[in-house]
Design a protein around this ligand. Sequence first.
Ligand code: SF4
Ligand code: SF4
Length: 282
Amino acid sequence: MTLKNRQLGFINKILPVSAVDGPGNRLVFFLQGCNLNCIYCHNPETISYCTACGKCIEKCGGCAIQSEKNKIVFHPAKCLNCGNCLENCIYNSTPKYFSYGYREIEKIIQNYSDFISGITISGGEPTMQPDLTSTILLIAKKKNKSAFIDTNANCDENVMEKLSCLFDKAMIDLKAFYSEEHIRLTGSDNSKILKNTAFLLKSKKVYEIRTVVFSEEKFMTDNILKIAEFIARLNKTVKYKLIVFRKEGTRKGHILKTPKDEYLSRLKKECAGIGLSNIAVN
Ligand code: SF4
Ligand code: SF4
């Protein structure tokens, strides 16, 4: 089988045009699979691969999900978009993702080429599927489009180094500076994330760094200011975005809160006091 015919990996969703996933109009590929499990995840169904347990089949009013030869097969034309399959999957997965190869990706990019200025690969986590991610990035460059990845940076350094030769900029989610806090929020340690973020900052490959603000307690303030110090040591002008926690789309059972405007303004001012010149609240 030639490289161009091989299936390269799994994509959850393709958004033809987005104005919020980097500069300009962008075609966005949302890949399936993530190596973190954040308590505030807005797309928990992108975290895991389907185990083919079959539990969502009976919940599907549209008969869009079937089991064939121990595999789950999804029929998009029959889907009512009711969300029952996602709500009832206990594995943080979905039956609604597909595998893609070179030719299919090239065709998709070609189809939208006239309407977009760039391509962003998001997730899930793009660095978990380096073959698929590098192929999308290569095709994007071939079509003269800017190529971005939206990443948690939780991968081996050699993977990030190789991918960074292919993308223009990265948008990095840096959830916590202290390891214990990061484990509490995501289930994983952040040592690789800090190393990769430092590497990308030094290489001038960062478009923005983002942290979700979900509390007004001291630990949240300490965390944000520590991240601001870390960024300021390496690049004072890179954009640091404080993302305001909103509960829509998140899983049930957490006690996270949307912070008030006064708290966010104070945080922004304190980050500026540390030396960052480009701070956004969103
Ligand atoms: S959203 Fe899921 S459960 Fe609902 S019709 Fe589509 S596949 Fe079936
Ligand atoms: S999507 Fe979830 S519930 Fe449905 S078959 Fe896969 S693992 Fe089971």
